[in-house]
Structure formats: structure tokens, C-alpha cells
Design a binder for this molecule. Structure first.
Ligand code: SF4
Length: 143
């Protein structure tokens, strides 16, 4: 039996600001709870060290970059070393669009912060579903 197609969801490392925390938590929610059978990820720091397996991954799977801010570290790294991303999500832009205040702490998201992360995760899921439904994911996958 064929395994289901996979989409790479890659968060920026974002340790220094709450938007980065939101991008990491939202990505984990997608990978672990919302679309575990259709998603995979890579470790961005390892990818940046030049690890071959990680770089091949982004060449062969469509990827969605989930970045905390406009610096778009994940998107830029993937596009520089591996290939064009299928989609890019920038957390700070979503917060502005939704008129949502940033959670206070970047270390631990409180209940409100988790709700925001969950909303961001839903956005990622909508992109995944659209890539599959429209068949666009094939354009980004070297299959
Ligand atoms: S995209 Fe922004 S939040 Fe994420 S790692 Fe880069 S600078 Fe930090």
C-alpha cells in the first residue's frame, strides 16, 4: 500500500521572540495532532549546518515555512539551500491581520497564547488541505 503524500512544515527556530514561540508551537500542533499522517518536518539548525539528508528532504517534498517575523529565516534557508517553498506563513502578519495582541511570554504560552498558536495551526492546516485538494502539492514535489 502506498504511504500518504507528505508535506514538510518547517518552523523558524525563533527562540528570541514570542512570534517565534508561536510558530514553533503551531507547527508542533500540526505535526503531532492535526495532520500527523501527511506532514513531516526538518530540524532547521541541522539543515543550516549542511546536513545532506535534511537538504534533500526539502528538495523532494513540498514545504510550508512558518516564520515568526518578516525576516523569514525558515523560508530563506529552504529557498537558498533546497528549493522554492510551496507556501509561507508569517506569524506577525497573521496577528496584525486578526488584531490579536502578542502573548506576553516567549518562554511559556499561557491559555490565551495557546489559543493563538492553535489558530495559526489551523491556518497551516488550511494551506495543507488546499495544496492537496488543488493538486498543487505535486508541482512542488519531485515525483
Ligand atoms: S523569522 Fe523572525 S522570529 Fe523567526 S528566527 Fe527569524 S528573526 Fe527569529
Amino acid at each position: 500500500m502506498n504511504s500518504p503524500p507528505k508535506i514538510g512544515v518547517v518552523s523558524c527556530s525563533g527562540e528570541g521572540c514570542v512570534e517565534g514561540t508561536l510558530s514553533r508551537v503551531a507547527t508542533r500542533l500540526v505535526l503531532e495532532r492535526l495532520r500527523p499522517d501527511n506532514t513531516v518536518t526538518i530540524c532547521l539548525p541541522l539543515f543550516l549546518t549542511g546536513e545532506k539528508g535534511e537538504r534533500m528532504f526539502a528538495k523532494y517534498f513540498p514545504t510550508i515555512a512558518v516564520d515568526g517575523c518578516e525576516k523569514k529565516c525558515a523560508e530563506k534557508a529552504i529557498e537558498k539551500y533546497s528549493g522554492k517553498t510551496a507556501h509561507s506563513i508569517v506569524v506577525i502578519n497573521l496577528l496584525n491581520e486578526w488584531y490579536v495582541e502578542k502573548p506576553g511570554s516567549r518562554r511559556n504560552l499561557d491559555e490565551k497564547g495557546m489559543k493563538v498558536a492553535s489558530r495559526i495551526a489551523d491556518e497551516v492546516v488550511a494551506v495543507i488541505d488546499d495544496l492537496f485538494k488543488s493538486g498543487k502539492w505535486r508541482r512542488h514535489a519531485n515525483i
